[in-house]
Design a binder for this molecule. Structure first.
Ligand SMILES: *[C@@H]1O[C@H](CO)[C@@H](O)[C@H](O)[C@H]1NC(C)=O
Length: 149
């Protein structure tokens, strides 16, 4: 089974179980407008992310542009330092978004946030961006999380 299947098919199954609308800060969605952000499971905010587990992220946004592609970029902010966060699949077109992206249409980007066991137990802010053809952000969101054992 390749990772694409995990991204497109399996994740929505558990996304329905405990999906919580989370508070976020918009960090410059110039090519779109964020409607809602859901993370599951996340019964209390800030979301507690247990090491070795994976969390689904569902970002619903309205596109302001036409784009053939979409690429996700994730960072963690650790005491003011921006650290790249690897995600299994960065192609948004394989994660719930039907490409090409049309203008004035609503999309839900679905992906997972795997929490590696070697991550430290800290609070941090996750910055999640989805970029269109010319690297402008369809969305840029920031939300706090707490990594726990
Ligand atoms: C993602 O969120 C949108 C808006 O709440 C919802 O309509 C959609 O069903 C969600 N998708 C999944 C897979 O949870």
């Amino acid at each position: 089974m390749d990772l694409r299947v995990v991204c497109a098919v399996l994740l929505p199954l558990f996304a329905f179980t405990y999906a919580e609308q989370v508070k976020f800060v918009d960090c410059g969605s110039v090519a779109g407008t964020v409607v809602q952000v859901e993370i599951s499971p996340c019964p209390n905010q800030p979301c507690q992310l247990h090491k070795g587990e994976s969390y689904s992220v569902n970002v619903t946004f309205n596109s302001g542009v036409v784009s053939q592609t979409s690429k996700a970029v994730v960072y963690g902010w650790l005491v003011g330092v921006k650290v790249p966060f690897p995600i299994p699949i960065d192609d948004g077109c394989k994660c719930g978004i039907q490409c090409p992206i049309q203008q004035q249409k609503r999309y839900s980007y679905i992906n997972q946030l795997p929490v590696k066991t070697e991550y430290p137990s800290i609070k941090l802010v996750v910055q999640w961006e989805l970029r269109e053809d010319s690297e402008k952000d369809l969305f840029c969101i920031k939300f706090p999380v707490q990594i726990v054992s």
